[in-house]
Design a protein around this ligand. Structure first.
Ligand code: ACM
Length: 603
């Protein structure tokens, strides 16, 4: 029997929490009743809790009678009862999820008394968030998939949920994390697990980076070579490309459309939207290897085995545009996301400038410079996405005069480009590499595995401010800008993360700090300050035990375990203070044509 939790240590921290006396016992036969509109969250919580604690919780959708577990072992059939459940139903014993239109969008209220649990939300998103809070309140065991205490034949344990009232809502609507499955493929089960972990941190967007120079991961029926050829490479760089070390081992894999539909449905059941990303017109070497007519030189090509920025970009021809719109049609069919990411980052113009036909094409399209072909191509792709009732998302290089204003801009090279896009009227997701690139090194010790990028500790990520005061000072009118700040996104690029264990190490626990930033109310979270200290204590005492129970191989706060090191594998360090001195938050990071060598990339 679990002891009542006195300090629930919720992470991310809720807007408000009022402790009360006593606890609610959750045991065999405790009914779970939900409004039909909130049924997905209720069903997920009930199944997760039943598995973790070995209890049977009879389930009813709507206001009907609760079936006994014996009569309906799997719970009431979906749709059996469809009438709304209102907060008045709290008078009934058990766990109730009810609609309450007065709650803020995406938020919830959770009241636990010794007699009943009442979760109210105005929408499904709020119910999902509240269900994750309920799970945290049940203690770390709630993150296991079977009870550890009960031996076969012994009675199921009772879970005690501490009496309290939580009122909560998110700071941002877009609380995202990008998972790069192109550089290193992850099997479907690992993508599902990553989505579970994102949802456990109240993140609601997982951007799946499905295509890049080093691999094409989405089955496209119309163009089967994209995965048959583009899904595989002969070997991989080990560590930074600068040392020229390779592993001599083929790598690859891809998701069938059924795999992807499963991923989408799994995410939806947890309140997470999967935003697919098909990157163009750069980062396309795998597609060019599959269909050489897409390339600028029309010659046979192989899937890239090295990291860094590739000059091998698309020929931005009408044929390539048709090809990518056809690909997007299959993407639009498989993914239900309102947003479709179409890439746009790091597009070297070297080969375009060398091709008289492409130079002529730019002139024919009335473009002032060959470089504008990238914006032209992205604008056409985004119009295609818009015509299908969705919205395109581009990396910030895609922001410019040619970009339609309904396209969302993900600002990754710095802060000011995000502010510029807001002022121009584009909605923005802030994802500056200076703070929230989780593939960048989390510590500065010698034993950090394959250290790349900036040093970004848990405390640095916790101090992330989508628009720091020094940037706001340059943009006094930003609050009134026509574009909206949708939220923020952390990125897990996988050049150096060749397994789910390495993904765990890079993402956690820094993703927990990121979750606190995008969910919890704004606060002063300077490293070393009181809020940071409180977060670190909560992380260590309350949250890491949850991740341990879930089997997450996070980076320990004091550095890697011996088997998490990668002796002899070289990274490439960048230094934030130096880059700040050379332009800092006001400057532009990432790869810049004309400034960086064409193969130069952060990794
Ligand atoms: C990026 O990091 N190239 C978006």
């Amino acid at each position: 029997m679990s002891a009542p939790t006195l300090s629930p240590g919720l992470l991310p921290a809720p807007v408000s929490l009022q402790p009360a006396t006593g606890s609610f016992p959750l045991t065999d036969g405790t009914p779970v009743r939900t409004d039909p509109a909130l049924a997905a969250a209720a069903r997920w919580w009930r199944r997760t809790t039943e598995a973790a604690f070995g209890v049977d919780l009879p389930f009813v959708v709507g206001d009907g009678a609760v079936d006994s577990p014996a009569a309906a072992p799997g719970g009431a059939p979906r749709g059996a009862h469809q009438a709304n459940v209102t907060p008045d139903d709290a008078a009934r014993p058990g766990v109730t999820l009810a609609l309450d239109a007065s709650r803020p969008a995406g938020g919830y209220r959770l009241e636990i008394t010794p007699q009943a649990v009442l979760l109210t939300a105005a929408d499904a998103a709020g119910a999902h968030a509240g269900a994750q809070t309920l799970r945290q309140l049940a203690g770390p065991q709630a993150y296991r998939t079977a009870p550890v205490a009960a031996a076969p034949g012994t009675p199921a344990s009772t879970v005690h949920l501490p009496a309290l009232t939580v009122e909560d809502h998110p700071r941002f609507g877009w609380r995202g994390v990008l998972l790069d499955v192109a550089r290193h493929f992850l099997p479907t089960r690992e993508v599902l697990r990553f989505i579970d972990l994102a949802a456990a941190h109240k993140l609601n967007v997982v951007q799946l980076h499905l295509t890049d120079d080093q691999g094409w991961r989405m089955q496209v029926h119309r163009y089967p070579l994209l995965t048959e050829v583009g899904g595989w490479r002969t070997e991989s760089n080990v560590g930074t490309w600068r040392t020229g070390v390779f592993d001599g081992r083929p790598h690859g894999g891809f998701y069938t459309q059924d795999d992807l539909r499963e991923i989408v449905a799994h995410a939806r059941e947890r309140g997470v939207v999967v935003v697919p990303e098909i990157d163009a017109p750069g980062h396309v070497e795998a597609a060019v290897a599959a269909y050489p007519f897409l390339g600028t030189r029309k010659t046979p090509h192989t899937v890239r085995t090295t990291w860094g920025v590739s000059t091998e970009v698309l020929d931005p021809s009408d044929e390539a545009l048709e090809f990518f719109t056809n690909v997007l049609d299959e993407v639009l069919d498989v993914f239900d996301s309102p947003w479709i990411a179409i890439g746009g980052d790091e597009v070297p113009t070297t080969l375009w400038r060398e091709s008289p036909a492409i130079v002529a094409l730019a002139e024919q399209r009335g473009l002032a410079d060959v470089a504008d072909l990238a914006g032209w191509f992205l604008a056409r792709l985004s119009e295609h996405v818009t015509a299908q009732g969705r919205r395109a998302v581009v990396w910030d290089e895609g922001f410019g005069e040619q970009l339609p204003r309904d396209v969302v801009v993900t600002a990754w090279r710095g802060f000011t480009v995000g502010a510029d896009a807001l002022e121009a009227g584009n909605d923005v997701v802030m994802a500056p590499e200076q703070v929230v690139y989780l593939d960048h090194r989390a510590g500065d010790g010698e034993d950090e595995p394959v250290p790349v990028g900036f040093l970004r500790t848990v405390e640095d990520v916790l101090a992330f401010d989508p628009f720091p005061p020094e940037v706001l000072a340059q943009y006094p009118g930003l609050d009134a800008a026509p574009g909206r700040l949708l939220g923020a996104q952390a990125e897990v690029w996988s050049e150096h993360l060749d397994s789910p264990r390495r993904v765990d190490y890079a993402a956690f626990p820094r993703l927990a700090a990121f979750a606190e930033v995008v969910w919890s109310p704004t606060a002063e979270r300077t490293p070393g300050g009181p809020a940071s200290a409180e977060f670190l204590a909560r992380l260590e005492q309350d949250h890491l035990p949850r991740l341990d129970a879930a089997g997450v191989e996070y980076r320990p706060l004091d550095g890697p375990k011996p088997w998490q090191r990668r002796p002899g594998v070289h990274g490439f360090l960048r230094h934030l203070d130096q880059e700040m001195a050379a332009g800092g938050y006001a400057g532009v990071g990432g790869w810049v044509e004309g400034r960086d060598a064409s193969s130069e990339g952060q990794a």
